[in-house]
Design a binder for this molecule. Sequence first.
Ligand SMILES: C[S@@+](CC[C@H](N)C(=O)[O-])C[C@H]1O[C@@H](n2cnc3c(N)ncnc32)[C@H](O)[C@@H]1O
Length: 229
Amino acid sequence: MSLFGTFESTCHALRESCRGYPDGPPRVLDVGCGTGEMLAFVAGDIREGCGVDITHDAIASARRNAASLSHIRFERAAVEELPSLGLGTFDLVFIVGALEHMADPAVALRAVHAHTHAASRVVIVALSPKAPHAIVSRWMLAFTDHPVIGHLSVDALAELGSRTGYALEEAYPLYRGSRRTKAARGVGALLGAYDTLGGPTRAVVLAPQHHSDSSPLGESRPSGDGGAH
Ligand SMILES: C[S@@+](CC[C@H](N)C(=O)[O-])C[C@H]1O[C@@H](n2cnc3c(N)ncnc32)[C@H](O)[C@@H]1O
């Protein structure tokens, strides 16, 4: 169990985000998937999953860990290379603890946008920039292969989203026992004091904006296989 229970609450939030798709379980892309834990956790709730990570070792572990899950695959690639993979469109995209490691989050979100459709959702899990553990992690990872380039606040993510073709749908805190229930939201409100001090990890849900004539980004939709909708 992780500090603040955020690992567990992240897993549950992602599982809940897989529900309610009218055409059945979603096709899911996990960007910066690491060793693939999140896709493995939601394996029973999704139609198909693809994890992408820049690190060879992470992808090798992810493939080993999910060897028995035939509907989940992993590709070694940087998020910027997504368009070249021909993966098609996804109903749901996870970016968990990864956007803050990416050199240019706007480039990352634009690359992801090309793999969404009008009903897709992008769930970003990120530490609040002022959270004490965010400050510690920036310092601890500064000289590793995966330095934190910058944690983004909900406002910054909303602004970044609006520049890259998304609307902010919702943002909610993740902490021990957190679920997207009324009760959890009540507890979330009580955590306002902690929020002021730095805040917990948050899930930020972005809705990609697609226009029928052309993409708001002036990019064509991918024509890869397996595209949903
Ligand atoms: C803190 S880990 C999170 C892993 C996983 N999402 C999880 O929650 O367990 C961040 C991951 O982002 C990956 N990453 C960093 N920059 C990336 C990029 N430009 N494209 C793809 N993956 C990237 C790293 O290799 C690392 O595995």
